[in-house]
Every structure is written in structure tokens, then in C-alpha cells.
Design a protein around this ligand. Structure first.
Ligand SMILES: NC(=O)c1ccc[n+]([C@@H]2O[C@H](COP(=O)([O-])OP(=O)(O)OC[C@H]3O[C@@H](n4cnc5c(N)ncnc54)[C@H](O)[C@@H]3O)[C@@H](O)[C@H]2O)c1
Length: 271
């Protein structure tokens, strides 16, 4: 019996990387999957891949930072397939503005070349808009989608939500203070909502991956990547499929006694 037979799932950021792998694995286990992504083209492409493999999927262009778009997404899915039983809050960004990125590269190169030790100078140079957009996509987006999903799950009498955090939310990350704050916020939100909705048979957990090979990490500075791999006992980045396997477990009935937890597939980088 497929693990998600009869269920309807929404996967945000499902057009690329980890979200794509999650959408494909949920569909392979029998779920009908709404692939939501700010990039409608990639959402449609992943929905097409799922259909080509014999699954049921729908690509829905959605900016998770816009609550009206999120509400439209869930209305559309509920009209099409009756309800939503599974939500993967995964959409995200991890970039710095080109100016700040160039500044960090310059400071690091200078210190490596024997220059004076100093701050990376990201927080002191971060603009309001850059801070806000990061929080709006990750933390507000997770809230907007969770709120819309809970309205359906509370009515239906159950459900499972898995939120994408990061080791950055557990131990911090140099040069991405807004990302670290957003991911730590997602962990706090996960635990609080889990405590709130467990009595309604709804489970809420988070995944905090270490470094994973996806388009998001493809242009990391090579030194940052090498240092991270060196610090990782298993000696390599993870794959999107390794994270999707954890997501599938957490939303399936195999994890029926798990809620409010943070599972961190990170190769031993953070223990
Ligand atoms: N790759 C890693 O090393 C890593 C590690 C820990 C956590 N994560 C988290 O995993 C999640 C997926 O990352 P990934 O590595 O697969 O990245 P990715 O760039 O491959 O995919 C992210 C997807 O999210 C979409 N997206 C961005 N902003 C959006 C918005 N406002 N609304 C809807 N969709 C939006 C993008 O279009 C893209 O398709 C993110 O939350 C990321 O922070 C990634």
C-alpha cells in the first residue's frame, strides 16, 4: 500500500531542488500533489514530470510571501481535490545582495591574505528591504501556508505539516543573519503550532538539513563549500532525495507519534 494513498499534498518551492524531490516522492507514494512555486514555469515542469511517471499533480504559480496568493492556492486545491492533508513548507531563498556578497568575498580574501581580522560586515550593511524579504518568504510564508492548511485540516480532523528549517537555524550561519533568524523562527513556530494542534490529530515537524546539493548552493564560494564538507563527518553534501526521504517519513503514518520535532539530516555537521 502506498504511504500517502488518497492524500492531497501541497509542496511550496516544489519547482526545484529539495522541493522537487519532495513533490516527486509524495506523488510516488500515491498523493495528489500541488507543486507551488513563485516560478510558475518550473512548477509546471515538475507537475509534468510527476504526471509522466503516472502520478497526479498540478503546478500552481504562488509567491508564499503574499497571503492572498497563498489563500488562492489552497482554495484552488480544495476545490479541485476536496481538501489538503499534507503540507511541505519548503520555499526559500538564501542569497545576499551582490554588493554585500562582493563585500564578504573581499573581507574573507583580505583576511586569508594576512590582513587584519574584522567583521564580515553583513549585519551592519543589511538594508531593511533585504531583511524583510528573507523573513517574508521563509517565516511569513510558512505561517501563511500553515494557516490556510490548518483551516482545511482542522475541518477534516487531521493532517501533517513538515517545515523546512536548516542547520543555520540551530547553530547560526556566518554572513546570512536574516536567513539564520528566519530558520530559527521556523523552528519556534513548528514547536508552538505542534503543541496547539496535536489535539486535532495534526502533526507538525521540521527538517533542518545541512549542506545539500541544489541550485541554491551551486554558486556557493568554493572555500565555504570545502570548509563545510571538511567539517562534515560523512564527508559530502547531502542530496535532495535524502531530504525528501525524511519529509516523506515525517508526513506518513510511520511517524504517527512524532510531532514538534526537528530532524536534522546533516551528515554529522551539527550534533
Ligand atoms: N540546499 C541546502 O543546502 C539547504 C540546506 C538547508 C535548508 N535548505 C532549505 O531548503 C529549501 C529548499 O531549498 P533548495 O536548496 O531546494 O533551493 P532551490 O533554490 O533549488 O529551490 C527553492 C525553490 O523555492 C522557490 N521560491 C523562492 N521564493 C519563493 C516564494 N516567495 N514563493 C514560492 N516559491 C519560492 C524557488 O523558485 C525555487 O524553485 C529552502 O527553504 C532552503 O532554505 C536548503
Amino acid at each position: 500500500m502506498a504511504k500517502l494513498a488518497g492524500r492531497v499534498a501541497v509542496v511550496t518551492g516544489g519547482g526545484s531542488g529539495i522541493g522537487r524531490a519532495i513533490a516527486r516522492s509524495f506523488a510516488a507514494e500515491g498523493a495528489r500533489v500541488a507543486v507551488a512555486d513563485i516560478n510558475g514555469e518550473v512548477a509546471g515542469r515538475v507537475a509534468g514530470e510527476i504526471q509522466a511517471a503516472g502520478g497526479t499533480a498540478l503546478g500552481v504559480p504562488t509567491d508564499v510571501a503574499d497571503s492572498a496568493q497563498v489563500d488562492r492556492l489552497f482554495t484552488l486545491v480544495a476545490e479541485r481535490w476536496g481538501s489538503v492533508h499534507v503540507l511541505s513548507n519548503n520555499a526559500g531563498i538564501a542569497d545576499l545582495s551582490p554588493t554585500l556578497r562582493a563585500h564578504v568575498d573581499e573581507v574573507v580574501a583580505d583576511m586569508l591574505g594576512g590582513g587584519p581580522r574584522r567583521s564580515l560586515g553583513v549585519t551592519s550593511g543589511l538594508g531593511d528591504a533585504e531583511w524583510r524579504r528573507m523573513l517574508e518568504i521563509h517565516l511569513f510564508g510558512t505561517f501563511y501556508c500553515t494557516r490556510a492548511a490548518l483551516r482545511l485540516m482542522e475541518q477534516a480532523g487531521g493532517g501533517a505539516i513538515v517545515n523546512m528549517a536548516s542547520v543555520a537555524g540551530l547553530s547560526g550561519i556566518p554572513g546570512l543573519p536574516h536567513y539564520g533568524a528566519a530558520k530559527a523562527g521556523i523552528i519556534g513556530f513548528t514547536k508552538s503550532v505542534a503543541l496547539e494542534v496535536g489535539t486535532a490529530n495534526i502533526r507538525v515537524n521540521a527538517i533542518a538539513p545541512g549542506l545539500i546539493d541544489t541550485p541554491m548552493t551551486a554558486d556557493l564560494p568554493p572555500m565555504f563549500r570545502q570548509m563545510t564538507v571538511l567539517r562534515t563527518p560523512l564527508g559530502r553534501p547531502g542530496t535532495p532525495e535524502e531530504i525528501a526521504a525524511v519529509a516523506l517519513f515525517l508526513v506518513s503514518d510511520e511517524a504517527s507519534f512524532l510531532t514538534g520535532q526537528v530532524v536534522s539530516p546533516n551528515g554529522g555537521y551539527h550534533t
